[in-house]
Write a protein that binds this ligand. Structure first.
Ligand code: PMP
Ligand code: GLN
Length: 384
């Protein structure tokens, strides 16, 4: 018999990412499912972690993370966005953005609170909102353009709403919210006195459009917890170094939970990520250029096969509608794909409450080499 929180989680099973990566290995498929880069981040940064291990940085870091990483996060926020964050009280280091999301929701959302959240959701949001006992109020980004539906956003807020959980650049659609869209979210948050939790893990991965942190808008810094991580920006997803930053009293609540989830981890990785953040512009510039080329390669190739393609402004995911190839259902399509032609992709519908909105949509990761994408496209051409 399942009891307690586990009972509430029953039915979620394994994550779609873990399951599809397992199938990719099992079938020898090209894995365009789970979003992890094929090429590791800069060697210099990896060497710094090796040196940190050799020089004895192997015991628990201090409660909020190593001082140089907290300083680097604060510097990064000031240098790139003009945001003033206290490097001690305003930053807490977490085990990836995943733990920052978990700690922020558990620390700042009470059972019964309504949380407005963009749908399709990143998968951990649903699980963590359930663990926090919160009620999710989805606002759906819909094909073909996946823009923020302003009227639906306003309509989603009730007198029980306490929080907006935002994600821009958005996984899985690749939408990057514009300053005007964020301004509407900010007005709503100020008018209803809402907390905003802003997941910005793809902040450096935008193509020709700026990333605007919502904390930079008037009235928002004092009510926003901003979350990011080194995984996507520096192609080091397995290091799991993330952080939350914002006002001291909000960050204290995040740290309060985080210390009982893992306490602290990744001691030798934290100083290396601090250096990567100090050099963020020179590391992410070339990465962005490479990803833009891979985005175009994949999108052009998928379109040539006959799929309807939505070219993203950010992240490393492109979305297609699979109906032009005669499939109605993206989940069925993705389950058949490894056996049928040796490629793995992710169905949008698993990130939806509104199943119909996501049913025919499939997400493809393009953080792969040119040769691997070419191989995937060659295999997919057999579908047409
Ligand atoms: N938020 C979003 C939107 C993500 O896509 C991811 C991971 N891909 C995370 C959070 C988790 O990041 P991390 O790997 O640093 O835990
Ligand atoms: N964020 C990655 C993705 O969207 C997956 C991370 C995970 O497996 N939890 O593909």
């Amino acid at each position: 018999m399942t009891r307690g929180p586990a009972a509430r989680l029953e039915g979620l099973g394994t994550t779609i990412f873990a399951e599809m990566s397992r199938r990719a290995v099992e079938t020898g498929s090209v894995n365009l499912g789970q979003g992890f880069p094929e090429v590791d981040g800069p060697e210099r940064i990896r060497e710094l972690a090796v040196e940190a291990i050799r020089s004895g940085r192997n015991q628990y870091p201090p409660g909020g993370g190593v001082p140089e990483l907290r300083r680097a996060v604060a510097d990064h926020q000031r240098r790139l966005y003009g945001l003033e964050v206290d490097p001690v009280a305003g930053v807490t280091v977490t085990t990836g953005a995943t733990e920052a999301v978990a700690s922020t929701l558990l620390g700042l959302v009470d059972p019964g609170d309504e949380v407005v959240v963009l749908e399709p959701y990143y998968d951990s949001y649903v699980a963590m909102l359930q663990m926090a006992g919160a009620v999710r109020r989805p606002v759906t980004l819909r094909a073909p353009d996946f823009r923020l539906p302003i009227d639906e956003l306003w309509a989603a807020v009730t007198d029980r709403t306490t929080t907006i959980l935002l994600n821009s650049p958005h996984n899985p659609t690749g939408t990057v919210l514009t300053r005007d869209e964020l301004q509407v979210v900010a007005e709503l948050a100020v008018e209803h006195d809402l907390l905003v939790i802003s997941d910005e893990v793809y902040e450096h991965l935008t193509f020709d459009v700026p990333h605007v942190p919502i904390a930079t808008l008037p009235g928002m810094a004092e009510r926003t917890v901003t979350i990011s991580s080194g995984g996507k920006s520096f192609s080091l997803t397995g290091w799991k170094v993330g952080w939350a930053s914002g006002p001291a009293e909000l960050v204290a609540a995040v740290t309060g939970v985080k210390q009982f989830l893992t306490y602290q981890g990744g001691a030798p990785f934290q100083p290396a990520i601090a250096t990567a953040l100090d050099e963020a512009e020179s590391i992410t510039g070339p990465l962005r250029e490479e990803l833009r080329a891979r985005r175009d390669q994949l999108c052009d190739g998928l379109a040539a096969i006959g799929l309807d393609v939505f070219r993203p402004d950010g992240t490393y995911f492109a979305t297609t509608d699979v109906r032009p190839l005669g499939f109605d259902d993206g989940l069925d399509f993705c389950l058949a794909l490894p056996e049928r032609c040796g490629v793995v992709a992710i169905p949008h519908q698993v990130f939806h409450d509104d199943l119909e909105a996501g049913r025919p949509l499939v997400r493809w990761a393009f953080c792969k080499t040119e040769a691997v994408l070419a191989q995937a496209l060659e295999r997919l051409a057999t579908l047409a």
